[in-house]
Design a protein around this ligand. Structure first.
Ligand SMILES: Nc1ncnc2c1ncn2[C@@H]1O[C@H](COP(=O)(O)OP(=O)(O)O)[C@@H](O)[C@H]1O
Ligand SMILES: N[C@@H](CCOP(=O)(O)O)C(=O)O
Length: 322
């Protein structure tokens, strides 16, 4: 279970005393997630999620908390961080920054159909547009400089031909980032980790209703196309092989483009961006696998999944953007 820092009922009661959220009814550690400590918190007033931040610093956190607040207040279904009596949405527990946000309805859909992909695409485009006037700026902290820094750290754990592919891909992305096409890509606040386990659906499998997007703690200002590529690389593939399933990608991309039409620079950059999105998660999984942090119990994600996806994206022209 990804509880890095245990929280007791007494801790939670003391924390709730600073909020107008009612009395504690139940507290339950959440057995998934790999970044933060999460608990479901039930009070006499509603259902919330308590998150203790394990890696992000106090300086970095206002971006995420204020972004979720901004998006929630603009009608995007995301967890709404709650303000304490003093107006702050960030508190502290066991020396770790923490927040209490609304619990969204539904559960993850790990075997999506086009109808799920459509809703994800549409809501992602709405999120991008709603984020345009968000005033804070913080880059995606796991962007190109982090890839350049991390590749040599994980490289010694790889077979020599795999390490060579990693180095070649980082070099490719470094050159791509200097092109006019890259500079012309629209950007703004982006989720940057919108995998199947970060979207909740209520309703039925035939008639799903998107409950919301969760886990904004990899968000940052980046190209919107990168966000879309992260999404397609997870939502629209055959999971065993990593190949893109056209009926899923078609549904997600068409729904996205209906809300925010894509431009020529984005069409030109699409293949490189799918590679960038695969590289990003291959690197973080390699780091987590070979250089793990202590946790009560934690199964690291399989890095070879994204190694395979990167090989595929390097070898084939992707499905065209609408
Ligand atoms: N606001 C929320 N509403 C409902 N469930 C949530 C919410 N936040 C987290 N969860 C649940 O907690 C799990 C882990 O949260 P997540 O943010 O993905 O953790 P981590 O940041 O550690 O990866 C999710 O899969 C989901 O089941
Ligand atoms: N989505 C990433 C890692 C982050 O995991 P999450 O549980 O916080 O979404 C991956 O799959 O590598």
């Amino acid at each position: 279970m990804a509880v890095f820092t245990p929280v007791t009922e007494t801790d939670a009661q003391a924390l709730l005393a600073h909020y107008a959220l009612g009395e504690l009814r139940a507290l339950r550690g959440i057995p998934s997630g790999i970044e933060n400590t999460n608990y479901f918190l039930t009070t006499s007033q509603g259902e919330y999620v308590l998150t203790l931040f394990e890696r992000l610093t106090r300086e970095q956190l206002p971006f995420y908390i204020d972004l979720m607040t901004h998006l929630a207040e603009h009608g995007i279904p995301v967890p709404h961080p709650q303000a304490a009596h003093d107006g702050r949405r960030l508190a502290e527990l066991h020396g770790k920054p923490c927040t209490i946000a609304t619990r969204l309805p539904g559960k993850c859909e790990m075997a999506p159909e086009p109808v799920h992909c459509e809703q994800v695409g549409r809501t992602l485009a709405r999120l991008h547009l709603a984020g345009q006037d968000f005033p804070l700026r913080q880059p995606n902290l796991l962007g190109l400089p982090w890839w350049q820094q991390t590749a040599p750290v994980v490289s010694p754990y790889l077979a020599s031909d795999t390490a060579a592919m990693l180095a070649d891909e980082v070099a490719f992305q470094t050159v791509f980032a200097r092109t006019d096409t890259y500079r012309a890509l629209p950007q703004g606040p982006a989720h940057c980790d919108l995998f199947r386990d970060n979207v909740l659906f209520a309703g039925t499998r035939q008639a799903p209703e998107l409950g919301g997007f969760i886990d904004f703690y990899f968000a940052g200002c980046d190209h919107w196309l990168f966000d879309l590529a992260v999404c397609v690389n997870d939502w629209c593939i055959d999971h065993a092989q990593g190949v893109i399933r056209p009926e899923l990608a078609g549904a997600l991309l068409a729904a996205y483009a209906q809300v925010r039409p894509l431009n020529d620079a984005e069409r030109e950059a699409w293949s490189a961006m799918l590679r960038a999105a695969a590289l990003r998660f291959w690197l973080s999984r390699l780091r987590d696998f070979h250089l793990p942090r202590p946790a009560q119990t934690l199964t690291p994600h399989d890095p070879t999944h994204f190694e395979r996806i990167l090989r595929l994206r390097r070898g084939h022209a992707p499905i065209a953007l609408p």
